[in-house]
Design a protein around this ligand. Sequence first.
Ligand SMILES: NC(=O)c1ccc[n+]([C@@H]2O[C@H](COP(=O)([O-])OP(=O)(O)OC[C@H]3O[C@@H](n4cnc5c(N)ncnc54)[C@H](O)[C@@H]3O)[C@@H](O)[C@H]2O)c1
Ligand SMILES: O=C(O)C(=O)C[C@]1(C(=O)O)C=C[C@@H](O)C=C1
Length: 311
Amino acid sequence: MSVVYDKVALIGLGLIAGSISLAAREAGVAGRISGTSRSAKTRAAARDIGLVDEVADNAAGAVRGADLVILCVPVGAMGRAMAEIAPHLKPGAVVTDVGSVKQEVIAQVTPHLPDHVHFIPGHPLAGTEHSGPLSGFAELFQNRWWLLTPLPDCDPGELSRLRRFIRALGANIEDMDPAHHDLVLAVTSHTPHLIAYTMVGVADHLKRVTESEIIKYSAAGFRDFTRIAASDPTMWRDVFLTNKDAVLDILGRFTEELFVLQRAIRMGDGDQLHDYFTRTRAIRRGIIEAGQDTSAPDFGRSVKPTPPRSE
Ligand SMILES: NC(=O)c1ccc[n+]([C@@H]2O[C@H](COP(=O)([O-])OP(=O)(O)OC[C@H]3O[C@@H](n4cnc5c(N)ncnc54)[C@H](O)[C@@H]3O)[C@@H](O)[C@H]2O)c1
Ligand SMILES: O=C(O)C(=O)C[C@]1(C(=O)O)C=C[C@@H](O)C=C1
């Protein structure tokens, strides 16, 4: 593949930035990749493993002369990151982001955008419970969705160039309205994470009664919850604080369904439970038939040791 951007700058050097760098390098779509992170320890770790071509000590140094800048920090830090890089951006540069929530990122970033810069918000639907510069891997985006939520005044030429870059990382691209994105992700990602956090929290409370049995006898279902509940606390705090309305809406619907099932169990209504589980099984089968399941066998995780948190 030929170079799409001569210089790409990554702001934040964690799981997503690291995976973008490794995938872009493999695909040969970036002439040069620079990056920076606010913590010296993260920058040193990224330097040690050669995660990018150049680790800059600050955002200004990283974005100097960059044609594409990708904001890879937690959602709540996007506005500050944009304000920091704004005065140093090359005229005509494209800025995108990978934040898990879109309306709030757009609200935070756009006030700081210089007139001569294109902003195209985005979100790769790919990740793991790991974080930090040692957790990235080049295959992360293979056959995964990467949603773009272009703004009304988006330059079509810059949009198709960004698409070319993202496709080269292995992802499939779809455009979406930002509000719709936030609602869809509240159902498919944010609320499920909250449920996993809660379930593991319940087990944690119970362990005073059961001592270590919960860990010792943890069955596959609970282990899956613990993987999700091991996800980065800063990232997920920001997701819930910034996609509040959609998550509260879905959580309300979830609670109603839970009461329905609770009642069916109390009343011994086996038919209702059986019908319900039959419908949910069909959803899982639909996902597999659509070729969307990359979780089995433990895609990308079995080959990676659990990396330490960098900060
Ligand atoms: N992890 C996932 O599964 C996943 C998937 C898709 C999108 N995302 C989104 O990608 C972004 C990055 O996530 P990640 O998983 O790579 O996280 P990460 O924790 O691995 O990396 C985050 C990086 O941002 C830096 N950082 C943290 N707090 C900061 C702050 N307040 N100001 C400036 N820099 C800060 C860290 O030093 C680190 O370099 C987030 O917006 C997240 O919502 C994550
Ligand atoms: O596989 C995981 O560990 C993830 O949680 C990844 C996941 C998801 O919910 O699917 C998490 C957050 C994102 O914004 C995108 C992807």
